[in-house]
Design a protein around this ligand. Structure first.
Ligand code: XLS
Ligand code: NI
Ligand code: NI
Length: 440
């Protein structure tokens, strides 16, 4: 591909070059064709670039306006601007070598004066996205609808007290699923932008949750009707913008899924910064979702320990990416999900080049996590330790418990005869942490 004038110093494809000098625009670890545990890095990681932060982020914060220099963008919300942005986005993603992208309807196309006009804008941009996908081979990991920016969503979307807003949201999601389908999207995400509450005194929680369940069934019915084969995903987040988001964490989402007959229909898209806002580690959320067959995809980013909001920074911590990859590899990968960089460059990193540094760093951090996790798995020290820790359940009374062969009466008899429980063994936490460090 010809060099774009917008990225003058960036190669047409960022190379894998472990010998490149420090700080060079090159991958030191992400070698897309390198096979790890029988699968290429590209297939394990399934990286996606997100349209909203990378191509629409301005760098504004609650204390000041945007700072980003985006010479291709005229700053307007015109259709013309949206269309030319597509060229730059696909040029960027091609140079980076990420196989996927993700978007909200309103990131890619401007909202019109009414729903019909918004749909028309979206169709016009979708046509161009489709061409760009065909030309570059870049695919759509997931689409979603922005049901939170417009003031109409002030009380929520599917959980709004205003039935017309529910209807509007349904119409908007219908269209977003159709466009995602048209573009071959492999998943469709529901992040409940303002599905939650600010004040319980004015909230009928039962009614709101029932409405949300109805909404999800309608979405599923429509997906079936149009033949959309993609995976539906909830994206848990505990707070922000509302003080309590209904999709609080993986556990709350899974409870909602089960309580409302959505098992097998909706899995989860787990985001690091959301996990930490919920008071969990990313590894906890991944593991909790995974053991229940519900880990579908991840939004890869990280928060800041000293800032209490969703700062969506790029992930650079290889301890974190190792933890992610340990869980992801244990379940055999994420497909049809992937690793989406729902992450933004910070306000002070305002040049286009910073977008490359950020993504290359994130991709390399995950590639390292993948290699480290593979090494840990290969030697099996960790899994052996865990297996050993639970070995009392592999035979004897433990096995009878697991097999459902005994109840309280049998266990009482067993223990009365034995007199006391066998002594405990050490959890060896420090040793295990030391061993993990040996792989880093
Ligand atoms: C916001 C969410 C959002 C979703 C997509 O915190 O992370 O960006 O990923 O709606
Ligand atoms: Ni987020
Ligand atoms: Ni997200």
């Amino acid at each position: 591909m010809a060099k774009s004038s917008y990225f003058p110093n960036v190669p047409a494809k960022i190379p894998f070059d472990p010998k490149a000098k420090k700080g060079a625009l090159a991958f030191k670890h992400y070698d897309e064709n390198k096979v790890v545990e029988g699968r290429s890095m590209r297939h394990w990681l399934r990286f996606a670039v997100c349209y909203w932060h990378t191509f629409r982020g301005t760098g504004s914060d609650p204390f000041g306006p945007g700072t980003m220099l985006r010479p291709w963008d005229d700053g307007s919300d015109s259709l013309k601007n949206a269309l030319s942005r597509v060229d730059v986005a696909f040029d960027f993603i091609s140079r980076l070598g990420a196989p996927y992208y993700c978007f909200h309807d309103r990131d890619v196309a401007p909202e019109g004066a009414n729903l019909a006009k918004s749909n028309k804008n979206l169709d016009a941009v979708a046509e161009k996205l489709k061409e760009a996908q065909a030309k570059t081979g870049i695919k759509l990991l997931w689409g979603t609808a922005n049901l939170f920016s417009n003031p109409r969503f002030m009380h929520g979307a599917a959980t709004s007290c205003n039935a017309d807003v529910f209807a509007y949201s349904a119409a908007q999601v219908k269209k977003a699923i159709e466009v995602t389908n048209e573009l071959g999207g492999e998943n469709y995400v529901f992040w409940g932008g303002r599905e939650g509450y600010m004040n319980l005194f004015n909230t009928d929680m039962k009614r709101e949750l029932d409405h949300l369940a109805k909404f999800m069934h309608m979405a599923h019915d429509h997906a079936k009707k149009i033949g959309f084969k993609g995976q539906f995903l909830f994206e848990p987040k505990p707070k922000e913008p509302t003080k309590h988001q209904y999709d609080y964490d993986a556990a709350a989402c899974l409870n909602f899924i089960r309580a409302n007959g959505l098992e097998g229909i909706v899995k989860l898209n787990i985001e690091t910064n959301h996990a930490t806002l919920a008071g969990h580690t990313m590894m906890h959320e991944l593991e909790y979702a995974s053991i229940q067959g519900a880990l579908g995809s991840i939004d890869a980013n990280t928060g800041d320990l000293l800032l209490g909001w969703d700062t969506d920074q790029f992930p650079t911590d290889i301890y974190l990416t190792t933890q992610c990859m340990l869980v992801i590899m244990k379940q055999g990968g994420l497909a049809p999900g992937g690793v989406n960089f729902d992450a933004k460059v910070r306000r002070e990193s305002f040049e286009p080049l910073d977008l490359f540094y950020a993504h290359v760093g994130g991709m390399d951090a995950f590639a390292r996590g993948l290699k480290i996790a593979a090494a840990i798995r290969k030697e099996g020290i960790l899994s052996d330790l865990v297996k050993q820790r639970y070995s009392s359940y592999d035979a004897g009374i433990g096995k009878q418990i697991e097999d459902g062969k005994v109840g309280f009466a049998e266990l009482e008899k067993y223990m009365l005869a034995k007199g006391n429980a066998d002594p405990n063994a050490s959890g060896r936490q420090e040793l295990i942490e030391n061993i993990i460090n040996e792989y880093l």
